[in-house]
Design a protein around this ligand. Structure first.
Ligand SMILES: NC(=O)c1ccc[n+]([C@@H]2O[C@H](COP(=O)([O-])OP(=O)(O)OC[C@H]3O[C@@H](n4cnc5c(N)ncnc54)[C@H](O)[C@@H]3O)[C@@H](O)[C@H]2O)c1
Length: 262
């Protein structure tokens, strides 16, 4: 049974691979035996965060909001390692005025975030998931957030600043994640008969140098008393990508220390 949690011989495509969570997922998946095709829009960042390519790591510079770029990434992947066994949609974007209040956020910025968080994940499912469905097996994991499930408690952001502006969790973020949960359930039923499982991981805030005040405010709302670490999220993704979850589809695995359980 323990072996079912390993990823030996599996090829995994991961988007947003150079980010806080993505870098940890690459490490965890390679350690579990997978070959990882790491997609991020910034090739320099991929090299800086993940080091050079090696036998279990391929870099693919691609913007997930471009189907053509994803098709080029698939071509590179398939020429070296064949069809992906798993896809983890993890990329997320912030627009220039991401923390603008809801009332004044420009629609172009709303669309820019949606194009990555929701449409980008849909395109990656089209490009990599279709190949899995054609072959008759695969696993897709979509990275959501607790803000796709509940609204933010605005009080925990009081006193937190980013580049001198008050920080909040914008409406476009929660809306993109709730939309991705809808896509997750749709594809779970759509591709079930073709052997492709589609699940989600909803994570609470991940520790990444936030202000002491934010950490204190946030942690006080978490039954387990702390923020998430990136490896907490990677472990959940590993389970859903592995054969240990072979009868699990259409599920949202919440990794938030119990914050949404009150
Ligand atoms: N960090 C958290 O507290 C937290 C909490 C809940 C959910 N999440 C979710 O987890 C995922 C990863 O978050 P993170 O904290 O590692 O974010 P991050 O900003 O550190 O990483 C996101 C990565 O996505 C890449 N990216 C952005 N736009 C892209 C595009 N168009 N094409 C390809 N790559 C693109 C960025 O370059 C970056 O490397 C996101 O989906 C995020 O919404 C994070």
């Amino acid at each position: 049974m323990a072996d079912a949690f390993r990823l030996d011989g599996k090829t995994v495509v991961l988007t947003g691979a150079a980010g806080v969570i993505g870098t940890q997922v690459v490490l965890a998946f390679v350690e579990a035996g997978a070959r990882v095709c790491a997609i991020d829009r910034n090739p320099a960042l991929l090299k800086q965060k993940l080091g050079p390519e090696h036998g279990s790591l391929m870099h693919c510079a691609a913007d997930v909001s471009s189907k053509e770029a994803l098709l080029r990434a698939r071509k590179k992947l398939e020429s070296k390692w064949g069809t992906a066994d798993a896809l983890v949609n993890n990329a997320a974007a912030r627009s220039l005025n991401y923390f603008e209040p809801f009332e004044t956020l420009d629609v172009a910025e709303w669309n820019e975030v949606m194009a990555v968080n929701l449409t980008g994940a849909m395109l990656a499912c089209q490009v990599f998931g279709s190949a899995m469905a054609d072959r008759g097996r695969g696993s897709i994991v979509n990275t959501l957030s607790v803000y796709g499930i509940v609204g933010p408690d605005q009080r925990i952001y009081e006193g937190s600043l980013h580049l001198g502006k008050p920080v909040n969790s914008p409406a476009v973020y929660g809306a993109s994640k709730a939309g991705l949960w809808g896509l997750t359930r749709y594809l779970a039923t759509y591709w079930g008969k073709r052997g492709v499982r589609v699940n989600a991981v909803s994570t609470g805030a991940v520790s990444n140098g936030q202000s002491e005040e934010f950490v204190r405010n946030y942690s006080s709302q978490v039954p387990l008393g702390r923020m998430a670490e990136a490896d907490d999220v990677a472990a959940a993704m590993r389970y859903l990508a592995s054969d240990a979850s072979k009868h699990v589809t259409g599920h949202n695995l919440v990794v938030d220390g119990g914050r949404t359980a009150w």
